[in-house]
Ligand binder design. Structure first.
Ligand code: AMP
Ligand code: MG
Length: 333
């Protein structure tokens, strides 16, 4: 299968959602942010982007369920009316006919539980909400999973420089991958995809690594020890969201480390599905910290995995052995 129509719809949906996020970010007010039950922030843009993408993909693929990060509970709770009005204002710029019911129904279309049978989409409407709120990097990530395996990924990075070394030469891109078809990048505004590839660095001393800005999401102390063991000289590239997968897939970084900070934390499928296929199709490798393949067939979380190690492939074994030296032997998950 070449997934041509799925890819076309997914790219357009992600592009529209990126536009919404950029408009919200440029006029963000404090009321646009609320704290969820799990104590993480969510904004008008997270809800708006989820509504736009679910609405768009439901129109084209009504029978494919969606496992997405957000639901409408905050919008329906006491005091949520103002938030609904703000989200609707942005969503209706894209879908003029959309009303409150349509908005909530589109958001709650993302309630699928995942699993190992058939096809479903998985969506993070804004990955890196903390980066979005700081005015830094964030991503819109959408993937298609088939029988437990990621087959297509689209990551929109509205503020990512097209070239990290020359941030003034243009920002905003969409990365895509289809299983067996390579990975591409296009500017946010144009449909001119160009193939991308991971770096060809095979000496870890020359391998720059990337990690989360938030030290609560990935241990900076452990990564510093791993970098020392590997002889990595460059300072870490700290960047929020699946933009880390994007910079690895383009060769700006050669290692992505996501090292557990909290016992029992399980990664969410929408935080890794799209990004990981983009790295793999660009020639890289993505596993967990124990070298295990990511298992997207277990529901909404990666409950069979622990942390993430992504590389250009050439240095994967070397990085995994440094990881295991610092973290200790892997336990059964
Ligand atoms: P990043 O941009 O790399 O900081 O990752 C953002 C993602 O981290 C969010 O989408 C959350 O789902 C996820 N997250 C939240 N808490 C943790 C944690 N303790 N460890 C790892 N990831 C987390
Ligand atoms: Mg996320």
């Amino acid at each position: 299968m070449n997934y041509e129509s799925e890819l076309k719809v997914a790219v357009e949906a992600v592009r529209k959602a990126c536009g919404l996020c950029m408009r919200v970010q440029s006029s963000l007010v404090t009321e646009d942010e609320v704290t969820k039950k799990d104590d993480t922030p969510v904004t008008v843009a997270d809800f708006g982007a989820q509504a736009v993408i679910c609405h768009e993909i439901r129109k084209s693929f009504p029978d494919i369920p969606i496992a997405a990060e957000e639901d409408s509970s905050e919008l329906r709770s006491k005091g949520g009316e103002a938030l609904v009005a703000r989200v609707l204002e942005y969503a209706a710029e894209i879908f003029p006919g959309m009303d409150e019911r349509g908005l909530v129904s589109a958001i709650d279309a993302g309630d699928y539980g995942g699993g190992n049978e058939g096809r479903f989409w998985t969506l993070d409407p804004i990955d890196g909400t903390k980066g979005f709120l700081r005015g830094e990097q964030y991503a819109v990530a959408l993937a298609l999973i088939e029988d437990g395996r990621v087959v297509l990924g689209v990551v929109g990075c509205p503020d990512l420089p097209l070239d990290l070394e020359h941030p003034d030469s243009g920002r905003g891109c969409i990365l895509t991958a289809v299983r067996g078809g390579g990975s591409s990048m296009r500017p946010l505004e144009h449909n001119t995809p160009k193939l991308i590839a991971v770096s060809d660095i095979n000496d870890t001393k020359h391998a720059p690594f990337c990690e989360s800005v938030e030290s609560a999401h990935s241990s900076h102390g452990d990564s510093a020890r791993i970098a020392e063991l590997l002889g990595v000289k460059a300072p870490p590239i700290r960047i929020d969201s699946q933009c880390k997968y994007a910079v690895l897939a383009r060769g700006d970084a050669s290692i992505y480390l996501r090292l557990p900070t909290k016992k029992g934390y399980v990664e969410k499928i929408w935080d890794h599905a799209a990004g990981s296929i983009i790295v793999e199709e660009a020639g890289g490798l993505v596993t967990d910290v124990n070298g295990k393949e990511l298992d997207f067939s277990l529901g909404r979380t990666l409950s069979g995995n622990k942390g993430i190690v992504g590389t250009n492939g050439l240095i994967h074994e070397a990085v995994l052995s440094a990881v295991s030296e610092v973290l200790g032997p892997g336990e059964e998950t």
